[in-house]
Each structure stands twice: as structure tokens, then as C-alpha cells.
Ligand binder design. Structure first.
Ligand SMILES: *Cc1c(COP(=O)(O)O)cnc(C)c1O
Length: 429
């Protein structure tokens, strides 16, 4: 039986001389392990392109910009692939702006989100002539206005409003509720928009929101859009016209087979039709998707170091750990774990854990697998919030990253060397 894979575009099993093997596009994962070592992040270029193009095609001829949320996976090769397709970028720091520029991205298609933009970051973004700042508070607006005056620039801003919508996702990744730190409180949005219109060096170009991540229903988006359109209409009545609505990102992906998030095409169709029925077909639409473009395009390849039978459960200790992939430890996230070369022997139940000295260092729990030490496992749907959230905890060098395109595999980030990890530290004189 061929093990089921979640909707991982770009991955699949193929028969070989010694049984099934897992492939990314036309490259076998065991060959990547031999060539680049483990743990190893693998990305399918085709899957990333398919994700982005799903947004583009659904938007048809609508005036729209898809701004990929860099924080989901900020590897230069990922940004490069998307920049070549004409993507814009949603950034949350000047570090991400530098990455976008280094990857050949177009700064004039960058929107800058985040509650804590520093003066230096605002200056860098103004100098790069980004498309727009997504402003999250009144003091931030003042700061942007002052910086633009100082640099003799005009700053385009959009207000990120908190629509007080329950996106019905994990509390850590829900951002559109009243008690979240994100966005301008709904009741403060109109006064702040009026204030923006009066600023010296600032132009109000849009209103937007971002209500959370791993959202698996269309309804919360529609609710949010309705609330934002209410604001846009109220502003129009006062003679303040804005050119765009930013709907944020957040569309969920399938991590396990029984999950059924909406298709990108269905979400976009529903949103566009809502905007039309509200008489807002003239608005440019901005999306900021991260996970739904790269999430299913990545896998983390890891090798079983030891099998440790326990009194109540068995452990498979692998060479990847929570420092490489923190989603299970941080969000209790369920990620699929599949064998690279499935065995025909009968499975046992294992917790898949890493070598880090924390009980929260687990990658998966209670999985039925037939394993031997030395076997390769792939953790699926690890393209988003995976390598981007990695750390060097336990002085572990982070994995290499490989992008597969057809039958080619490119190393797009070298495995860290141990000596690099403390190269910028020093002993006392
Ligand atoms: C993280 C983030 C996104 C992307 O969210 P996904 O769930 O990865 O699509 C978009 N916009 C903002 C402001 C964000 O913080």
C-alpha cells in the first residue's frame, strides 16, 4: 500500500528496484540525504509556483497585488522564484526588506506590516520607496510622517484595522480579535483615517486587515471584508477615497488528509464577489499569503538515530529537533511524518523526538511506522514557519536547504558550521 500524503504538491512515491521511494519532483529524497546530509529542508519550486499562480489566476484581470508574506519562509531562493513571477512582498522588518532586495524583488511592490516599526526601519523603507506602510497605531503614523518629512519623501500608508473577528484558529496565530496586539482598534479607525488625511507627508492609500493564520473557513474573511468596506464607505461619505483593500493572508493548508481548507480559487472568488456586491469593484485588492504558498511545498528530511522502546510508549529519536522545527512544540501542531522508503514489516507506535534537552522536543506523537535505525523520515508540510522559526538552541547547526526544480537540486542555504555559531562571541579580555 502506498502511504497517503497530504496535499503536498510536488511530492509523491515512485516504485524502485527495492520498493517505493519518496520523490520531490524528479529527485529521490534518499539521494538528497546522501548528497546534502540530514536534517535537510527540501522545497519544490513547482509547488511554490503553483501556489502563487493559484492566487494570480483566481484574481483574473482584477487590479490586484499578491504580496507574499516573507516571514513564512524567507530563503532567498524562495523569494527569487516568487519575484520572477511578479510577486510583491509583505515584510515585517527591515531585515526582510534587505532579503527581498537581495533576491531581486521589487521594493515598489512591498508592503510593510508589524506593530513595532523602528525609526531606522521606517527610514530604510522610505528610501527603498516601498509601496505602502500598513500602519498599526497613531504614534506609528506620527513617526512615519516625521521620517518622511525629514527625508523629503511622501509615505503611502494603509491602516491595518482590527476587525474584531474570530478567525477560529489557534490562539497564538489569531490576530483579528479585540484583545490581540495587532491593528488599529475598529472604533479608532475612522478618527485615525481622518488624521492621516491631514498629515503633511503621508497619503492614505488603503485600509486592510489580517485576521490570523491557518484559517480553514471562508466566513471569517467575508465578515472581515464587510467590516473594512463599512469603513471605506464611511470615509468616502466624508470625501476621503482610498484605492485599495488589503485582506491580509492566513489561508490554511492541509496538514492532515482529513483537513479541508478552502481552495485558494474559492476564497478569492467569494471575496471578489462580496466586494462586487458591495459596489467596490474599483478597489485594488491586496493579499498577503504566506503559508498557503509555501507550506505544502516543503519537507524536513531527518534520519532515525535510535529506537528506544519504553514502558508505555516507543520513541524514535531522530536527528532533527525542536530547534529545526518548533511548530509541534510551540503550537501543538500536527505534522505528517512519512517514511522515505516504506517498509513492508508491521508498524509500531512511536513518538518522534529530537535530541534537544527539553520534554517539549517532539516532532510527532503516537505514529504508526515500521522503523529501523538509519531510516529516513520526511516531515511533510514544512515549507512555512519551519526553517524561518529555527534557532541554534543546544548549539545545533541549522539544516541546509535545497530547492528542487525538475530533476535538479540546488543547495540554497549551506548547512551551518559549528564554528560559525559562536564566531561573533568573545571571551573576556
Ligand atoms: C504572518 C502574516 C501574514 C501571512 O500569514 P499566513 O498565515 O502565512 O498566510 C500576512 N500578513 C501579515 C500582516 C502577517 O503578519
Amino acid at each position: 500500500m502506498i502511504p497517503a500524503l497530504p496535499a503536498s504538491e510536488g511530492y509523491g512515491y515512485r516504485p524502485g528496484t527495492s520498493g517505493l521511494r519518496l520523490y520531490c519532483e524528479d529527485v529521490a529524497l534518499d539521494e538528497l540525504a546522501t548528497r546534502f546530509g540530514t536534517p535537510l529542508y527540501i522545497y519544490s519550486r513547482r509547488a511554490i509556483e503553483t501556489g502563487y499562480m493559484a492566487y494570480r489566476s483566481a484574481l483574473k484581470n482584477r487590479s490586484a497585488q499578491v504580496c507574499y508574506a516573507v516571514k513564512a519562509n524567507s530563503n532567498l531562493a524562495v523569494l527569487d522564484v516568487l519575484a520572477r513571477l511578479g510577486a510583491g512582498f509583505d515584510i515585517v522588518s527591515s531585515g526582510e526588506l534587505a532579503r527581498v532586495v537581495a533576491a531581486g524583488g521589487d521594493a515598489s511592490k512591498v508592503v510593510f506590516s508589524g506593530v513595532g516599526k523602528t525609526e531606522r526601519e521606517i527610514g530604510a523603507a522610505l528610501n527603498a520607496n516601498i509601496a505602502c506602510f500598513n500602519v498599526e497605531s497613531a504614534p506609528e503614523l506620527d513617526r512615519i510622517d516625521a521620517a518622511a518629512q525629514r527625508l523629503s519623501k511622501r509615505a503611502r500608508v494603509s491602516l491595518r484595522v482590527n476587525p474584531d473577528i474570530n478567525a477560529r484558529t489557534h490562539p497564538y496565530i489569531s490576530t483579528g480579535l479585540k484583545n490581540n496586539k495587532f491593528g488599529v482598534a475598529y472604533d479608532d479607525a475612522l478618527p485615525l483615517a481622518r488624521l492621516t488625511a491631514q498629515k503633511t507627508a503621508v497619503d492614505l492609500v488603503g485600509i486592510g486587515c489580517h485576521i490570523g493564520s491557518q484559517i480553514t473557513e471562508i466566513a471569517p474573511y467575508i465578515e472581515a471584508v464587510d467590516r473594512i468596506v463599512d469603513l471605506i464607505e464611511a470615509l468616502a461619505r466624508e470625501g476621503v477615497a482610498v484605492g485599495h483593500i488589503d485582506i491580509g493572508g492566513g489561508l490554511g493548508i492541509r496538514y492532515r488528509t482529513e483537513e479541508n481548507p478552502p481552495l485558494i480559487s474559492d476564497l478569492i472568488a467569494a471575496l471578489l464577489s462580496r466586494l462586487d456586491s458591495r459596489g467596490q469593484q474599483h478597489l485594488t485588492v491586496i493579499f498577503e499569503p504566506g503559508r498557503s504558498i509555501v507550506g505544502n511545498a516543503g519537507m524536513l528530511l531527518t534520519r532515525v538515530e535510535y529506537l528506544k522502546p519504553g514502558a508505555s510508549k516507543n520513541f524514535a529519536i531522530v536527528d532533527a529537533a525542536m530547534n529545526d522545527l518548533i511548530r509541534p512544540a510551540l503550537y501543538d501542531a500536527w505534522m505528517d511524518v512519512v517514511p522515505v522508503a516504506p517498509r513492508t514489516s508491521s508498524p509500531e507506535r512511536y513518538d518522534i523526538v529530537g535530541p534537544v534537552c527539553e520534554s517539549s522536543d517532539w516532532l510527532a506523537r503516537d505514529r504508526a511506522l515500521a522503523l529501523h535505525p538509519g531510516d529516513l523520515l520526511a516531515i511533510a508540510s514544512a515549507g512555512a514557519y519551519a526553517m524561518a522559526m529555527s534557532s541554534n538552541y543546544n548549539t545545533r547547526a541549522r539544516p541546509a536547504e535545497v530547492m528542487v526544480s525538475g530533476s535538479q537540486a540546488y543547495c540554497v542555504r549551506q548547512r551551518e558550521a559549528i564554528s560559525e555559531l559562536f564566531a561573533s562571541e568573545s571571551r573576556l579580555p
